[in-house]
Design a binder for this molecule. Sequence first.
Ligand SMILES: [Zn+2]
Length: 352
Amino acid sequence: MKRQKREWEVKLIEEFPFLKQSEDGEDGTIYQKYGFECAEGWYELLRDCCRKIMDCYSEAGAEIDFVPVQIKEKWGTLRFYYGYADAPCGLAAFDFIGSGVSIRFEPGLKGTLEDEKARLRHNISQIIKEAEAMSSHTCEYCGKEGTLRRDLPWVRTLCDDCYKKASALVENGRKKATWRWLESGLKLYKDELYDLAYHQFKKAEELATTKEGDAGDNGYLGVALGHIFLIAKDYTCAYKYFMQSAETGNIAGIYMVAEMYKTGKGVEKDLKKYKSIIKTLAREVSFHSGDWETEDCGFYPKVDWYIEDKVFLAKICSAYGELLEEEGRLKDAREEYNLAAELMNEYHNLYG
Ligand SMILES: [Zn+2]
């Protein structure tokens, strides 16, 4: 099926007859079938190039026999492959992945041509080379001054603004993918399919980063993977993951580290540390439980999972209640137990 031509393509085709494409998209060169395989930022650059080619023909008083074979972006720069009516060029170039080296076949420059025609074709090959070179510092999206960007999932020549926008899109996609793996892992975890859950969490881990403002990914992941290792009774690894989560400030992660100190799993038993962490967390809970519902979750789904925060808030209240009870502060302890019950109620109401 033929793709809808973009506005800038239509303008170019109208201005330069040799850019005519096949009607049905079935016959002709790759260009004639598929059109321009690049973005509109190179419009002016292509227009300038085509204008110069036209000028060459009118100066030489020759009939236009230039045939575009393929016009595309490859590894961030323009590739303009072409031939002539009497020198068709099916395979215009070899591009080597990695090195970015491109070997070109110059069409129609064989020695038998008369001088005039040879000169014309030599000039055209220069014009094409210039346009391709220009593309390496022209933003493919908007046409502003750009540089080759190699740290996106695709190599592109982009200006600073378009690069920032592209990076944000990539980052957003990465986050969404991370959370999809986490979510599907959690479903499997709840079904006690721990091996499968583990693989989903590891997929999420590959995508997660510790970049600033991104603590959420690693916070939740640490808790998820820590639980898998708890079940596998690999307490050293479980502790490592809970610590990773705790270091991002994730409350569930911090609570699980406290639990490890209490039970002496994966770390030397230390009740003093356990109590101190629980008391600190309890202060956090009174802060967090108030504005929980209004917290901006962005695109993060409210995940129905065992390691959902509210459950941990309840656990913290309950653990703190026990500490207060030990100290003989029965009334305060009862308040904490009540709060824990309330949180669990909210959790069940929300998630069934
Ligand atoms: Zn741009």
